[in-house]
Write a protein that binds this ligand. Sequence first.
Ligand SMILES: CC(C)(COP(=O)(O)OP(=O)(O)OC[C@H]1O[C@@H](n2cnc3c(N)ncnc32)[C@H](O)[C@@H]1OP(=O)(O)O)[C@@H](O)C(=O)NCCC(=O)NCCS
Length: 126
Amino acid sequence: MKITKMSRVVFPKQANQRGALFGGELMAWMDEVAGVTARRFAGCDIVTAAVEKIQFYRPIPVGSFVDVTGEVVHVGHTSMRIRVAATMEDPDGGGEETLMADAVFIYVAVDEEGRPQTVGRTLEKA
Ligand SMILES: CC(C)(COP(=O)(O)OP(=O)(O)OC[C@H]1O[C@@H](n2cnc3c(N)ncnc32)[C@H](O)[C@@H]1OP(=O)(O)O)[C@@H](O)C(=O)NCCC(=O)NCCS
């Protein structure tokens, strides 16, 4: 499996002073989904090595439904690149999804001592 999806609703306690989702909260959701995606794919322990180009496109109001999706987009020797996208459902229920934020997370497969180890799968076999 190379894709993981999580749905959340934005509660007032997760909002900033402008009534929109706090960026750190969204980053934690994105890291969680990316980590689960990488862990499932690698089938062993993983650690976060880097986060590239996280972008927030629009504020996400309290009460919004947010879907966070992680997808393995590249597999190296010991590393994996996971693209994570956060989308918001149309509040009118029209089924439209708007991209609110995205990023690429890089995880490294590690052994019991935390040393990098080979990812034993390729994208073609996912
Ligand atoms: C991630 C970590 C295991 C890498 O160890 P390392 O000895 O530097 O390993 P290497 O230099 O052999 O790199 C391993 C792989 O990670 C990739 N990598 C490492 N740092 C990277 C970075 N900043 N950006 C992109 N890729 C990176 C390398 O390109 C390599 O990929 P490949 O094997 O697919 O070619 C080590 O730095 C570490 O444990 N960091 C702390 C991780 C952690 O605690 N994360 C929690 C959140 S802070």
